[in-house]
Ligand binder design. Sequence first.
Ligand code: SAH
Ligand code: MG
Length: 216
Amino acid sequence: MSVLNNLSHYDQFLRNTFHADDAGLERLQAEAKQEGLPPISIGPEQGKFLQLLIQLNGATKVLEIGALGGYSGAWMARALPSEGKLISLELEEKHALFTRRQWAALGLADKTEIRVGPALDSLPGLADEAPFDLIFIDADKNNYPAYLEWALRYSKSGTVILGDNVSMGGRLADPEHQENPGIRGMRQFAEEMAANPRLVSTVVPYADGIAVGVVK
Ligand code: SAH
Ligand code: MG
């Protein structure tokens, strides 16, 4: 399901050794395909990377914007301690129903919650849950700058903020595509992640590029 389709022998070795999906995640991905969900989730390399960050900062409160079928959320929720909580915001009722079912099947129901609707409508209602320890942005790209504003508002020192798909399938910096609203949103997001004095940030080139910033 990831952008990394044609793996080299080395990439395949790394995936087999460090990042393989287990049977539960394989089933989630197979059922997502059967249901006709778009094949745009993160890959297992990024799933493991998100888990690593959750362990590193001892996260108990995680916010995700863009759940799709719950694949990235499952990786993150699994890394949380039993008292931890993942809140995921998702526009499509169909995706949310699928995700809830999958998380329950994986034994993650108690640690997870999904809120349906446009994320910009849901975000103002999360003030009581904030600050979050890690915030993963992976929804509509034109709204990434607005999501970053909310993420910064809902952060504290040590919060990790991530944005997926920085490369936009290789089109981010392509002069032919600069009028596309998604590309513009992503460029603005990347520039703000880089320039914001509250953040130390970089882009990890896994799959489609994942921006990572830590709040100072
Ligand atoms: N994080 C998921 C993939 C998310 S794909 C994973 O890696 O497994 C992007 C998701 O964002 C889609 O499910 C789409 O329905 C949702 N989305 C698009 N616009 C949105 C919006 N305005 N608010 C909330 N979710 C949105
Ligand atoms: Mg993505």
